[in-house]
Design a protein around this ligand. Structure first.
Ligand code: B12
Ligand code: SF4
Length: 684
């Protein structure tokens, strides 16, 4: 039995009522209804020009959608919506899917087909888009519910219902606050029988997740992501700490809840067999405080070592995680290849002000080293714009982060008072200005006035990205990387560089290639003529492709400068050094001998013929393995461009252009081949 507070359209609490035992619809509730369309839609955000942000190939599938899909399957299997009703569940993630608004609006017909739209996992930056979609669907007479962190967090701390949410409720949209693992069936029953209340408040009833239905992933959804073997799963929820910028503790709570290790293992086994998923992002905000972590790791170790499932995963942990006995070593055996660490700052004053007292700056390098020595990549979250930050302190801190703490990756965020955080509540209580447009609350925009950074804030934030992902720092990271972490690190550099430098978006809000729709624009923005839209779009795409090519060449150079020779390659080089030391100058036969000796240890090694060795010696471009930089190529193209611009075409030798184009193609192909092998997350 659960206590639930129902709230009337006026926004006033009606009563504290008690939920009855799970409800099942009967023939009277269903009436003439034969078919139900249930749309689970995760909305996206609008960009600066008001266009809906969508990508061809996203980076991370939504766990919220998978959770709700899993819960729905359970409700349908239990026939709680009636014996005869046919339920069709449509899962749409607007970050990668075009939402067919008109088709959805038309899908509800007569009294026999009903459509329910659930706007799911709505974050603050997605709330404006969610609200626009909700209104459109309501105008078409559909049943609409909104849930997720924005409405849950917003309503969790504020004493009154804010006007924008109240307005949606007045327009007939149902708002759901909190988690629904134990109430989803009842909500659907209310929705199907037309008895939905304006607001459901489950915030004080945190479901026990132990044996709840696990998230259900669909293969066709995964195909919309860069790596279709990449899934998400929450093994637990909550976090015991008290950071003032955090919304998690006020929505999912400070008491840790977790799924059973056996259920997790079953889900992973099933996802591997049915969808080929071998890599996970465990979405728990702090896996290290999941009380069941050891049982979960042990179950994953059994999957890897006894069932030979090539499982890999990344997880979020706190800065003290490395001190938990066996945590790091078991994480490695369980398949962890990356940890995302909530470091937030290297400045003790900032950490204290944010209530993040568990973070001890003097132990940061030990933390990074603990994971590095287990060959697990480290990725830190870093916030810029704490009240104590100044231009100088931020520059100094970012330099300290790169040179002393030395994580493999960093994600920078602008401090944002997200509704549901103490920062938001305190600012609201103090009456301080916060930007009225929630579309900008994505930690990539300044939505408050910073007392010291003022207008420099955004630029300083972008500068932090540029410094961390500079050629020099990325090279240092790759040179420190082991064979196991090298491609993991390089792949993430490509993703991050492409997002920040090419698309100007936060990597966590980006995908592979941006898609747009001419008419898919925020209300209030004009719909451009076809000519104006497509000429502008052609320019954008050209600039984007040029940016991608630049990133690819930069990464190619980085790879040439840092690539780890394979163990067999290393062995050949050692044998060559030995032969040289013994006989002085090397002959072709000696080169062959070095390969033959290495082959005794690496039987798969191909020994080149003398003719091949001769080729490689005299025609170096056929031996790209010996190339360690493409600086000479860069230099050639720059000079050629200058001659071209100065109209001195005769100074550009055509045969060298052809030769260098061939070398470029050869190097790029080699890089792409190596990258392709490592592209599948989890492959080292
Ligand atoms: C995984 C994750 C990501 C991933 C994947 C996102 C994705 N594709 O879904 C990545 C790394 C890409 C990401 C990016 C960002 N994230 Co994020 N992310 C998370 C994280 C850790 C887990 C999300 C999750 O799966 N939760 C588990 C699900 C089951 O919980 P849930 O969504 O709340 O859903 C439950 C209920 O709310 C309810 N419910 C949800 N929807 C609906 C709908 C209806 C109708 C009903 C009835 C119920 C219901 O039912 C569910 C089951 O109980 C959360 C923190 C967290 N603990 O949730 C942050 C979180 C959601 N992210 C957050 C933020 C700020 C971001 C970024 C803006 C950060 C940034 N600058 O990069 C971007 C935005 C990206 C984007 N376009 O969405 C904030 C959002 C806070 C807010 N108020 O907006 C959170 C809460 C973390 C935080 N810092 O506080 N994120
Ligand atoms: S450690 Fe992370 S999840 Fe926990 S309260 Fe702080 S910010 Fe939130």
């Amino acid at each position: 039995m659960q206590t639930v507070v129902s709230i009337a359209a006026s926004g006033k609490p009606l009563s504290g009522s008690t939920l009855p035992a799970p409800r099942v619809l009967n023939a009277e509730d269903i009436g003439r209804l034969k078919r139900l369309h249930l749309y689970l839609i995760k909305p996206t955000q609008y960009d600066e020009d008001g266009y809906v942000v969508r990508h061809w190939r996203g980076v991370l599938p939504s766990n919220t959608l998978a959770c709700l899909a899993g819960l729905t399957e359970d409700v349908v299997a239990q026939k709680r919506l009636g014996e005869s009703i046919q339920v069709k569940v449509h899962v749409l993630d607007e970050t990668v899917d075009r939402v067919p608004v008109k088709r959805i609006c038309r899908s509800q017909r007569g009294g026999h087909t009903k459509t329910i739209v659930c706007l799911a996992g709505v974050q603050t930056n997605q709330f404006p888009r969610a609200a626009d979609l909700a209104r459109t669907f309501r105008r078409a007479g559909l049943t609409v519910m909104i849930g997720g962190f924005h409405v849950s967090g917003y309503l969790a701390l504020l004493p009154e219902i804010p006007p924008d949410i109240q307005q949606l409720m007045d327009e007939g949209v149902t708002i759901v606050k909190g988690e629904v693992e134990e109430t989803w069936g009842d909500l659907l029953c209310d929705a199907v029988s037309g008895r939905l209340k304006p607001l459901y408040d489950f915030i004080d009833h945190k479901p026990d997740l132990y044996e709840k239905p696990v998230p259900v992933i669909r293969t066709e959804y995964l195909r919309k992501f860069v790596a279709s073997n990449f899934g998400t799963l929450d093994c637990g929820r909550g976090c015991p700490f008290e950071c003032t910028f955090c919304t998690i503790i006020n929505v999912q709570g400070r008491k840790m809840r977790f799924r059973s290790a056996e259920h997790i293992a079953q889900a992973i086994r099933h996802n591997y067999q049915a969808h080929g998923i071998t890599f996970y992002f465990f979405t728990d905000d702090n896996f290290a405080r999941n009380k069941n972590w050891e049982a979960i790791f042990d179950a994953l170790i059994r999957l890897r070592e006894q069932e030979h499932i090539p499982l890999k995963f990344m997880m979020q942990v706190d800065v003290l995680s490395w001190k938990i006995k066996n945590f790091v070593s078991k994480a490695r055996r369980a398949g962890c290849n990356t940890v995302f660490i909530g470091m937030e700052s290297v400045n003790t004053d900032n950490l204290e002000a944010a209530g993040k007292n568990q973070n001890r700056v003097h132990e940061y390098s030990q933390l990074i080293e603990a994971y590095r020595s287990a060959e697990i990549s480290t990725h830190v979250g870093y916030i810029i714009g704490f009240p104590g930050d100044s231009v100088d302190s931020v520059r100094r801190d970012v330099a300290f982060l790169m040179q002393d703490v030395r994580p493999d990756h960093a994600s920078f965020f602008m401090l944002t008072p997200l509704p549901g955080s103490m920062d938001h509540l305190n600012m609201a209580n103090r009456g301080e200005w916060m930007h009225p447009d929630f579309n900008l609350y994505d930690s990539h925009h300044a939505v408050t006035i910073h007392p010291k950074l003022g207008d420099d804030w955004k630029e300083l934030y972008l500068e932090a990205w540029r410094s961390f992902y500079s050629a020099a720092n990325m090279k240092a990271v790759l040179l420190r990387s082991s064979m196991r972490t090298y491609w993991n690190n390089l792949t993430r550099f490509i993703w991050y560089k492409n997002s920040v430098a090419t698309e100007g978006r936060h990597p966590m809000m980006c995908g592979f290639f941006r898609l747009k729709g001419r008419k898919n624009r925020r209300p209030g923005y004009p719909i451009l003529s076809r000519w104006a839209y497509y000429t502008g779009r052609a320019k954008e795409i050209r600039a984007h492709l040029a940016g991608m090519a630049r990133v690819l060449l930069e990464m190619e150079e980085l790879w040439l400068q840092t690539r780890h020779p394979s163990a067999a390659e290393q062995r050949v080089v050692e044998e060559l050094a030995r032969i040289r030391a013994a006989y002085g100058r090397l002959k072709l036969a000696d080169l062959q001998l070095a390969y033959l000796r290495a082959k005794t240890q690496f039987p798969a090694l191909r020994v080149p013929s003398k003719l091949q060795l001769l080729w490689a010696r005299w025609v170096p471009l056929l031996a790209p393995r010996k190339v360690y930089t493409r600086a000479d190529l860069d230099w050639f193209w720059q000079a050629a461009r200058q001659h071209w611009n100065e109209r001195r075409w005769f100074r550009i030798p055509p045969h060298r252009v052809a030769l260098n184009l061939f070398r470029e193609a050869q190097l790029s192909l080699l890089f792409i081949l190596h990258f392709g092998r490592a592209r599948e997350p989890g492959i080292e």
